[in-house]
Design a protein around this ligand. Sequence first.
Ligand SMILES: NC(=O)NCCC(=O)O
Length: 408
Amino acid sequence: MEKHQNGEDSEQLDPSICGYDSLHHLLKDNLKPHHFQEVNRLLTGLNCGKVLETIALPQSATALSAEHGFDLQAFCFHADKEVLREPRIVRVGLVQNSIALPTTAHFVDQKKAIFEKLKPIIDAAGSSGVNILCLQEAWMMPFAFCTREKKWCEFAEPVDGESTKFLQSFAVKYNMVIISSILERDMNHGDVIWNTAVVIGNHGNIIGIHRKNHIPRVGDFNESTYYMEGNTGHPVFETAFGKIAINICYGRHHPLNWLTFGLNGAEIVFNPSATVGELSEPMWPIEARNAAIANSYFVASINRVGTETFPNPFTSGDGKPAHADFGHFYGSSYISAPDASCTPSLSRNRDGLLVTDMDLNLCRQYKDKWGFRMTARYELYAETLARYLKPGFEPQVIRDPLLHKSSS
Ligand SMILES: NC(=O)NCCC(=O)O
């Protein structure tokens, strides 16, 4: 079987949806235009009563996408015009990518090759005027946590390590905030390892970090072998372009995690992820979108791409025979808005850059319209949670007194 540069088998290289690289394209090409219009309205919603607009990007960006073969799509979310506030338009970029060399290559070469691969994509974002750019989870390494082998810890870096330095130069060059999700080694605290998002300001400064709150224990996601649950809470970073937060991957299954970023004032929550089709694909278009609606903020979801094969087969205690790959990381990065509209997703199988303008005024407009914050009744839940956390908790269940009585 033919092997490709990144270690994928050619058999695994058609992770298309019936030959299409996204559900959007499949529907568009196969439905009659008026059917597609209705399906699209129901699936991706309307923004200010209209289908989401596409935007034209500069030729420098489209040329980079053509030369390097990455998917490039661009959309725009509007908000209603307000009397007292000017529009607050932010241009966001999301990058999804596969690894660049087989996982058997020297670790230094693997990381360097990913840096090289990302350069033209980040340049395309910069030349498109992106204000905030977010990369996928642990973008600087293969997602080797399935293996449980400790050698992959060598990819971990301090917060101000080489990946941050690499991105700082782009942040300065393009006046861009960059969110970089890395495997972090905290040298000042006994070399402890974390799954961390570093927020780099548009002057190249490090604004702060957030460490992944919820660590998966599902399928091959054996991440708990490598790092612990984060200790940074739910920080919101006030940047030159808006208040942002990062909910790293598996945290998207936890509604209270989304809520707490919202309570701290986030206007955009980024969800850098690494997840595979077999496990989570039906959840992917739902959870982030629901969070955007429920919390009246934008959510930017990013997933890596490709199938990563590791040198030694592994098992995960789920009865599956030993295997050496993680399954297919299905890309499909997209953005959801508080008004229930969302962009089509990027390719399921190619590297990509999604550029999206969003008027942050939409967040407050939807708080005013639906009043989810005002109707939330937080005190009810605070009281139940406080009781639930005590060892003597008893669930509030009212039993039908006729249950188990024999019917006469
Ligand atoms: N990276 C990560 O947390 N993946 C867990 C699987 C999922 O949440 O879909």
